[in-house]
Write a protein that binds this ligand. Sequence first.
Ligand code: FAD
Length: 240
Amino acid sequence: MPAGRAPAGGWRTATVAGLRRPIARSVELRFDVHDRVQHMAGQHYVVRLTAEDGYTAQRSYSVASAPGDPLVELFVERLDDGEVSPYLVDVVEPGDELEVRGPIGGWFVWDGVSPALLVGGGTGVVPLVAMVRHARDLGRLDLLRVAVSARTLAELPYADELVAAGALVVTTREANGIRPAARLTAMDLLPLWEEGQTAFVCGSAGFAEAASQLLVGLGIPPTSVRVEKFGPSALDSPGR
Ligand SMILES: Cc1cc2nc3c(=O)[nH]c(=O)nc-3n(C[C@H](O)[C@H](O)[C@H](O)COP(=O)(O)OP(=O)(O)OC[C@H]3O[C@@H](n4cnc5c(N)ncnc54)[C@H](O)[C@@H]3O)c2cc1C
């Protein structure tokens, strides 16, 4: 998918249609985005909060829902000292209206027809879940190989769906089945790699860097590895 072909939307009003809290310290928010531009799996939205005194803060959140879902689903993990995520996790209720901009992103998108290797850590699985859901809707789960890492299975967002899609799940703070607590290794990824795949790697800066190095170390061309890092970004700086 060449950059620039993915859809892009401007600011919209989004009404919270529903929410779930299947994992501690986080929320799945389902938005009805008015005049929504349909996203591609892998894209994200910016959510902007405005205080009564006019102060604004905006942050990026990947879309977890498939393009065909009539609602836009975001998964937000609370950072206790954060400005935006505690509000989204603890305060937002169904019926609330928020300002959002999206979909955004032209590089970290899966086209729904090409084979792909998805590698995610922690909340970095969120855009990969959109890809899995899209593949499932298309009846093409065979196109995807998935490896995900979390501290514990209970902390892995969308664990059931990922396991059902055949994901390799690595847990770093507890044993998972016969596998002891460990980080993702090159030997985990080697059997999942096939010629012609694009690799999508998403997670914290540390995870994304380490996982990309594993893939390139296996001989996968760097041009076939697309990376999304979930960290603070210039766009997300407050007051804009
Ligand atoms: C493209 C993109 C997609 C993203 N998708 C998701 C998503 O699906 N779900 C989700 O929960 N988050 C996602 N994020 C991260 C999100 O944008 C915010 O950075 C996060 O919610 C923290 O915002 P905050 O206002 O609560 O914390 P801030 O007030 O911005 O920061 C509080 C403290 O935490 C640190 N910090 C900020 N962000 C992170 C982070 N991501 N990891 C570790 N430390 C951090 C800051 O340096 C600071 O010390 C995404 C980021 C990007 C760039």
